[in-house]
Design a protein around this ligand. Sequence first.
Ligand SMILES: [Fe+2]
Ligand SMILES: [Fe+2]
Length: 165
Amino acid sequence: MRSLKWSTSHAVFVAEIDDEHKEIFEAVSHLQTALSSPGPPPEIPKLTERLIACIVGHFAHEERLMRAARYGSLNWHKQQHDAAKRRVEQFVIQIEQGDPKAGVELVEYLTAWLRDHTRLADRMMGAFLRNHRRVCKMTFRAGTKPVESRAWVDANGERFDPLSK
Ligand SMILES: [Fe+2]
Ligand SMILES: [Fe+2]
């Protein structure tokens, strides 16, 4: 199986999300390398644990960003995260029970899932978040400019707060 490598075809163009994706892709790749190495692989539980921590933290981060931006497809996106988490949990149980194929199957599952999910669901989310941030910036500028441009000074030359009058 080809190892999972992050490239711009997976980019969602939101820097912190792309950085987390790179980290997850790398963690999958490290686990894959360890699984294909000859001899007893003592680091498999540690690498699996790290990978899962990255994924769970990343999903929670995306969901926070989507919730904060009131993203309309949050539920659809979260359902995909939840389904992946449930599947990964099953693989972890199989690994802990000593199933020799479970590690490789976990890597295969995540390789396919991450490729599909980042290219569609995450990319859609990224486009929405970028647009949301742009609109927020414009609103902020538009909201502050009139206040700055007005001279809130009364007839005696004293400054005053217009909201208190
Ligand atoms: Fe996602
Ligand atoms: Fe993601």
